[in-house]
Design a protein around this ligand. Structure first.
Ligand SMILES: [Zn+2]
Length: 257
């Protein structure tokens, strides 16, 4: 009787340990790319800069991924400018499983500043959608400096013919859904901009599932105020990490694990 009790006690300790440790993610590297940096401030509004916001969120994201046992690498951990090739080369050299670029959105038309808002997630694809093209053009501007048109076309075609688009699309859906879930649990009026295809060059060289998150509109005063708070940034970070978790769980299930 006593030995059965001992076995049961031992078994529950084991269960407890497994529950605490969770799945082993130590071989899963995530590359987080904070957009812009250095002389490239990104979107600007009322003295607040996209490059600072996305670095703050990227650092929170790094912490949250580490807490869950992932390995993480930031393309930039401070305020410096990186070329397109440098950002994606980091992901390739480090053999990352997922590449996530963090940005904040903006519009040019001042009369609509407080109308246009919301969180959006993009994956790489050529699109005729004018809105996606406009956002991609703005984000592409600085990273494309020094790259000629022929090279751009060659690299974008190589990726568009590869198998990563389907996976990137799935990753984008999981991340978007989980970000919205996290922020909506406190902020009921957050706009879900959904998942969209767009020709972002930052995602081009990455030969792995890659997405670009636009965490909100810096030109919208309600959203800007929230975006610069620690609570909102943590919710965004948590949502992204939960989305990546979900993405990996689903891939394992598809492969019959
Ligand atoms: Zn940006």
């Amino acid at each position: 009787m006593r030995s059965i009790k001992k076995i049961l006690a031992g078994f529950s300790v084991l269960l407890l340990l497994v529950g605490c440790v969770g799945p082993d993610r130590s071989d899963t590297l995530i590359v987080i790319d904070a957009g812009h940096g250095g002389y490239d401030c990104g979107a600007l509004c009322e003295g607040q800069q996209e490059k600072d916001l996305v670095l703050q969120i990227s650092r929170k994201l790094q912490k949250e991924f580490k807490r869950k046992g992932y390995r993480v690498y930031l393309t930039r951990g401070n305020d410096k400018f990186l070329k397109l090739e440098e950002r994606t080369r980091i992901a390739d050299h480090k053999d990352a499983k997922v590449f996530i670029s963090i940005h904040a959105n903006a519009i040019a038309d001042q009369s609509r500043f407080n109308v246009v808002e919301g969180i959006e997630t993009y994956f790489l694809q050529k699109t005729r959608d004018a809105r996606s093209q406009r956002i991609a053009a703005r984000e592409n501007e600085a990273v494309l400096q020094g790259t000629d048109q022929l090279s751009r076309d060659v690299i974008i075609d190589a990726v568009l013919n590869g198998p990563k688009i389907v996976q990137s699309h799935k990753l984008a859906i999981d991340v978007q859904n989980n970000m919205i879930k996290q922020v909506k649990s406190r902020y009921g009026d957050v706009a879900n901009g959904g998942v969209r295809p767009a020709p972002f060059y930052i995602l081009v060289g990455a030969s792995r599932p890659s997405i670009l998150v636009e965490v909100g509109y810096i030109t919208n005063s309600k959203e800007r105020t929230r975006l610069f708070t620690s609570d909102y940034q943590e919710r965004i970070a948590k949502g992204i990490v939960n989305g990546v978790d979900r993405y990996f769980d689903n891939r394992k299930r598809e492969m019959g694990f």
